[in-house]
Design a protein around this ligand. Sequence first.
Ligand code: ADP
Length: 472
Amino acid sequence: MIVRNCDIDIESLNMKDVININLLQTFQDNFAESMDIASITVDRNGSPLTSPSSYTSFCIDYVHSTPIGDSRCAECHKKAGEIAVQTGKPYIYTCHAGLIDFAAPILINGHQIGTILGGQVLTKIPDEATYRKVAREIQVNEDKLVDSVKKIKITTEKNIRAAAELLYIYANSLSKIGYEELKLKNSSKLLENEVSRTNLLLEESKRANELMTQQFSILSHELKTPLNIIFSSLQLLESCYKASSLVPETGMFLKYSNIMKQNCYRLTRLINNIVDMNKIELGFSSLNLKNSNIIEVIENITLSVVEHASLKNISIVFDTDVEEKIISCDSEKIERIMLNLLSNAIKFTEAGGSVIVSICDKNDYILISVKDSGIGIPEDMLEKIFDTFTQVDGSLTRNTEGSGIGLSIVKSFTEMHGGEVTAKSQLGKGSDFIIKMPVNNIENESNTDNQEDSSLNDNEEKVNMEFSDVYL
Ligand code: ADP
């Protein structure tokens, strides 16, 4: 597997992130004791990371004992560290107090993360005058400084170089190993993240697959049922015709042709809904906006379903607090919204029940309510019913037919108008679907729609289609 990004920002890396400081301290202490050469490790800013190993009394008790001596030491270390970084190698030099020191850079990919400082030795017997001068400059007792310099180890330059190289190689090996370990850790973290991301995607695609299978079975059922009915009706008429070698009697023919017609409506409705839903999902659905009297649009479409409702002994009441409200809307889509809500209200209401359509004018918006006295919707389903393919009773053996597409189209068409749809319901008592529609007008008067053109008969086909699965 490819790890895309495990880059580490070396500039912000601390020595402690890559080096085991305890291990370095142990090595540094043992090394300093066996070689009798002092050393200490500092970070890139010069702050100590290890405790000093085998520091001389000359440095601790005298040179570092005065502020001036201390600051001259710090200056010296800084300069030596910079030169060491520039060359990328240990740098050996004589310090301001006359001892031989070294500075070895600790690098990662050429970037300095720290420095090993060491030395505090001499290569020849000290010359007293030099150290008296130093003592005066750093303001310490001349005799005591001279006495202490006499105790400094005298060694060869070759030995000092070897010591510096050894510490340099060890510290840089530690940092390199640490850095590689850190990279590995980061890579494995990245891999872990990648694995959990892939698992999440897998879960999502599994869920999407399950949903698709479920939707496919709903659609297959919805397509197959009317087709089977049409097919059986045709078979019946055919066998009747063959048996009697005569055209079936008119009553029988009408009965089965009606059944076939109703199921053709069901198929057409379902296919229209699927087409609309796809258009909405792909963003191709648009509104044909015209200034219309929305009260009239809603009243006409409500009146068109009265006859259908009465077949189920359900009464329809239309109530409005205003006779005219011109708003810019797509009347066809408003009719689709209303027919969907009305057919649901009738479908899910028992005989003897009622459906009330009411409109309330709130100036900036109108409220359209379709309220039934039907079976109601459980609280936990109220939000979900607007999702595509959601049915409260999703089993294929349910009492009512339906694909669960209608309300999602209602929601989309309402939102396309800048409105919103909500549902309130009480199980066993009924449901109330409320549409809040903003009152907008388009300037161009020629766009005003004349509802008188749309007669009750024009709506018949639409109603037949929308109500095709109500009485099954
Ligand atoms: P369907 O074609 O199944 O009716 P809808 O999207 O129109 O699809 O409705 C989704 C589900 O919401 C329905 O199957 C039903 O369970 C529930 N529902 C919708 N309207 C009502 C209502 N007025 N009373 C009770 N349940 C309803």
